[in-house]
Design a protein around this ligand. Sequence first.
Ligand code: G6P
Length: 608
Amino acid sequence: MCGVVGYIGGRQAAPILLEALKKLEYRGYDSAGIAVIDGESIDVRKMRGRLQLLCEHTRDGQDVPGTVGIGHTRWATHGAPSDRNSHPHLSNNGRFAVVHNGIIENFRQIKAMLEGKGYVFYSETDSEVISNLIQYCDQGDLVKTLLAAVPHLEGSYALGVLSLDQPGCIAALRKDSPLIAGKGEGESFIVSDIPAILNHTRDVYLMEDGEVALLTGDEIRFFNGYGEAVRKDIFRVSWDVSSAEKGGYEHFMMKEMMEQPETLRETVRPRLKEGRVDLDELKLDGDFIRRLSMVHLVACGSAYHAGRLGKDLIEKYLGIPAEADIASEFRYGSPILNGDHLLIVISQSGETADTIAALREGRRRGVKTLAVVNVVGSTIAREADHVLYTWAGPEIAVATTKAYTAQIAALILLSAYLAQERGQLAEAERAELIEGLEKLPELARRVLGEKEQAQYLASRYFNRGDVYFIGRGIDYSLSLEGSLKLKEISYIHSEAQAAGELKHGTISLIEQGTLVIAISTQKRLREKMAGNIQEVKARGAAVLGLVTEGDEVSAALCDDCLRVPALPDAVQPILSILPLQLLAYYVAALRGNDVDKPRNLAKSVTVE
Ligand code: G6P
């Protein structure tokens, strides 16, 4: 996700901004920029690429005079990484500069409205509308202006704003995106992530959604949505810089798991509009959608597991055949492809060699391609005919968590959208699905908030030699992902089995004390799963169940249980995988493994 910083005080701003941005580099970014008030103008320096380029270009900021400034590292969402799309963005009259982290969901409408009034846009970003909207709402007072602009903005944002009419101030504002204000001796800061300013101050104010902060060198004032002054207490940061870089977590994996409520919200919410799933951004041809006769979902690793869930969703909602394939198998197989088919490739990095090869093979054979990708401007995003971005932000831990759940969310949206456009999504089904998707971030927060449950169970089972995951249907796809998560970071041998297939071989491996993780989250398959649980228990297995809340019958069959709230089947896997991610994490941590960088594995597999 993007990084936001701001400085105002007695020292030259640019070197401090660049140094703070360096501390945010670990979050991942593709471009960087700063804006500093210099007398009668705002000096903006921004460019695509490493921060080092910007440092070289400005002699580490020495070439940019001024003591009031804002800075940004961008992780592209709307518009590929480029100089123009980099932040800060100036308003048309050049009097306001803005840095933004988050997504403005209704930016197209705001842009159209402003274009109608003669405003010109120079970037493809959702963020540029903010600087021009601020100009449009100008009340001659920065706090009043921001409060006038805010009701027009839908989505999430952490903003830093400069105004030439109040050159001795920085304004800041947040909603659903992190932002804090820091107070030093005669100087003040804004920052999206505490470590960036820890070498200057440990005294910070934690901003609430909807609050505006007005910073001068001497003081920071806060205002609520009505423009009334709000008193806030200083929070003294006690942790050190290295732990803060992981947001206070011991590992990136934990940080990324805990970000899931936010990343799910970013991926889903902008695409739900007025009771319908809105993926018009894909620009898929209506005729093609109606003609569609088969879907191929192709990916590697966890993205393949997401693809398997996508297959079920396509078949359920569209009633046409769908196949999920491992990219390295697909490309050397003999898939039957034709002009009425859609090839969906799924990839976090957008750079996985086998997935790229499968995409190229599909294109070569004339099939329409759609990529579900996290990294904007990546090879897969550039080469596919259509792109549906997961807005999970940069993922650093090798074992994917937030990108995987965002992939499932994107596939739910996509299959529901295709069915809706074909007139196949019944009203009641659509309403149920949208309600489930809307509830997801809050329920995910709840499940992740109960992480001690998984921690306790990890402490009971972390020294097992072999683990078997079993499930049926979507729970089998989840078993594959749960098992992969566990083996890749704990190095415990683990396998996933379709529960009904156990008796055809794998059950011979079950003996006294073998750990079986049984996933049973679908009402219609509960009885069948109960039978499978009894089968392995009869052979001495210890069964750890993953069941939905209220399903006491299944719970009673298991030795231990992880519980998740029940949602419609289509959405359930996103919640159900969370305790399994946590379990894998705690088992690996208890075994003393390098959780973020497991042996022999790479985050992005760019070799075939
Ligand atoms: C590697 C990663 C996995 C990921 C897979 C596919 O194996 O460790 O977490 O699922 O590659 O990567 P992609 O970037 O294409 O999603």
